[in-house]
Write a protein that binds this ligand. Sequence first.
Ligand code: ADP
Ligand code: MG
Length: 368
Amino acid sequence: MKLFFRIIMVGAVIFYCCSCGNVRSGGWGRASAGGDGDFEVQESARQYVDTAMGTVIQQTVYASEETASAFFQEAMALLTGLEQEELSWRLDTSEVWQINASAGNEEGCSISEEMEALLQECLELYGRSGGAFDITLGPLTRLWNIDKWAAGGEEVKNDFRPPSAEELRYALGLCGSDRVRLVPAVSEGEEARIFLPEGMQLDLGAVGKGLALSRLSGLLEEEAGVSGAVISLGGSILTFGGKPDGSSWKVGIVNPFDTSSNVGILSLEGQWCVSTSGDYERYVEADGVRYHHILNPDTGYPAESEVRGVSILTKDGLLSDGLSTACFLLGSERGMELAEEYGVEVLFVLSDGSIVMSEGMEAYFTEL
Ligand code: ADP
Ligand code: MG
């Protein structure tokens, strides 16, 4: 038996797919929009909605009430910890903040094993994407004030003015992953070190939610009492285990031309990660021109391509998030090649409305 819940959120939009009973990738909770969403789940499911990492977190788990509520707490602690202790460039409590503060220092900055693995993966993606995906764009993303208006702040949006060509040129001169030096730990107990040139600042916004999915997946594996779960962090979704009735998880792929609808549905069984990057949710306007939040490291301006949205399907959260941003930047042809190299499935929604996907994706995708 199925139940319908209509959740009225004050200050947040919940993007649930009413007809399929699950979540959507590509829509994200806007802190200021206000609204409501339909929510269909099985009777034994337990839900929890909160915010972290600048987005709305929706968790649905199949477990006893006690296990579920313990899991929700742990998951939220994990997400806030990830932001405050590791990834945030705004909080001086985080490792990224420490790294950024060390830019220009000859002795560099020691980093944890987890940070070393994360940065290595990002630097590799920089190389394999031909420099399109670049975690050193901090000076540029700050200049555009992306995190302020991407979080939905209407006042910031109203006051927005694009940076001048001169400002962009200066910021661009401070960026470039090819100038990052990462020295791995050579012996046990020693820490790796990172050296950033003066003025360079890391921005891990393109992989943060993906890394969170990987960590949450680990948490679910440790939690014997959860038989199934679907967790949505904005545009990034994690599925885990199964539903009591054996039906598959349904993840809607948002229609970039009408974000209240889906272009199709992914039917997934077991553990998967789906991340979507697009130009249609996080953007700002000035003088009739729209500026979105994924920047071309060659020009400093929002990337222009024939892609409106791109979704990556893989078991690995970090890859799903990193590659969705990279494939958006590269466009469908080169993006398709990169996805194939990494062994992930990809689906592009192009600006003419057409859908292009990898062969393997066809087994999961149903067009609506
Ligand atoms: P979202 O955060 O909406 O899920 P993405 O995963 O595509 O979207 O990440 C976009 C974020 O990545 C931007 O807000 C910015 O912080 C950062 N970013 C922007 N341009 C680039 C780029 N060329 N390479 C790597 N990161 C980028
Ligand atoms: Mg991403």
